[in-house]
Design a protein. Structure first.
Length: 202
C-alpha cells in the first residue's frame, strides 16, 4: 500500500477516535444532567403528606356539604387520583394540565402555575348556581376543550373541597379530571415550587 493509502487509513482512524470521544462526551454530559435533575428531587417517588393513606373511607358520588376537613377516600368516581410524582411528570407534558386550587383562605400559597378558585369545592348539588359559574370558568380556562386535563387540589389529603370540585368537573363532561389528593401540603413536603396567588375573578 502506498503512502497515500496509509495517510487515508490514519485519517480514517483519527476520525473514528474523534467520533467515539464525541459520543462518550455526550453520554457523560447527559448522565450529569440527569443526575442533577433527579438529585434536586431525590425522593419524589415516595408519597408525601398522607397522599396515599387509606382511612377506609368509601367514595361518594354526591357533593359533600359539610365537614370539609376530614379524611378522604383514596378513589373518586369520574376522576383519577394522582400522586405528587405523577403530577410532577404531567407538568412536563404539552399541553400542560390546568391546575385548579379550590382551598379557602386569604393570603395563599399554592402550586406554581395554578388558578385559585376558592369556594368552588362547596355548594349543595350539581344543579346549584355554583355549578353554572364553574362551568363558565372551566369553559374559558380550557377554551372549550373538554378533553383538556384538569387537576383539582386543596390543602391536603384531609380536604374534601378538591374532591367536590373534581366531581363537579366530571359531571360537566370533562373527560380528563384528576384529583391531586395530597394537595399543597404534599407539594410543599416534596420541596416543589410554590407561589403566592390572588383569587381569580369569577
Amino acid at each position: 500500500m502506498g503512502r497515500t493509502g496509509n495517510n487515508l487509513i490514519r485519517q480514517f482512524i483519527w476520525l473514528q477516535l474523534q467520533l467515539h470521544q464525541s459520543v462518550m462526551s455526550t453520554k457523560i454530559i447527559v448522565s450529569i444532567l440527569m443526575f442533577t435533575i433527579f438529585s434536586a428531587f431525590p425522593s419524589i417517588a415516595q408519597p408525601f403528606a398522607d397522599e396515599d393513606r387509606d382511612w377506609g373511607i368509601t367514595p361518594v358520588q354526591d357533593i359533600r356539604q359539610s365537614l370539609y376537613s376530614a379524611p378522604t377516600p383514596t378513589n373518586i368516581p369520574g376522576a383519577k387520583p394522582v400522586s405528587t410524582r405523577e403530577l410532577h411528570d404531567m407538568l412536563l407534558l404539552v399541553p400542560t394540565p390546568i391546575l385548579i386550587d379550590v382551598a379557602g383562605g386569604n393570603d395563599h400559597e399554592t402550586v406554581r402555575g395554578a388558578v385559585w378558585l376558592p369556594g368552588f369545592g362547596r355548594g349543595d348539588h350539581f344543579f346549584d348556581p355554583l355549578q353554572a359559574r364553574l362551568a363558565e370558568i372551566l369553559r374559558k380556562l380550557s377554551s372549550g376543550d373538554k378533553a383538556r386535563p384538569l387537576v383539582f387540589f386543596c390543602v391536603n389529603a384531609r380536604c374534601w373541597l378538591s374532591y367536590n370540585a373534581s366531581l363537579r368537573a366530571a359531571s360537566l363532561g370533562y373527560s380528563q379530571v384528576f384529583w391531586y389528593r395530597g394537595g399543597i401540603a404534599a407539594w410543599r413536603e416534596a420541596g416543589l415550587p410554590l407561589a403566592k396567588v390572588s383569587a381569580s375573578a369569577e
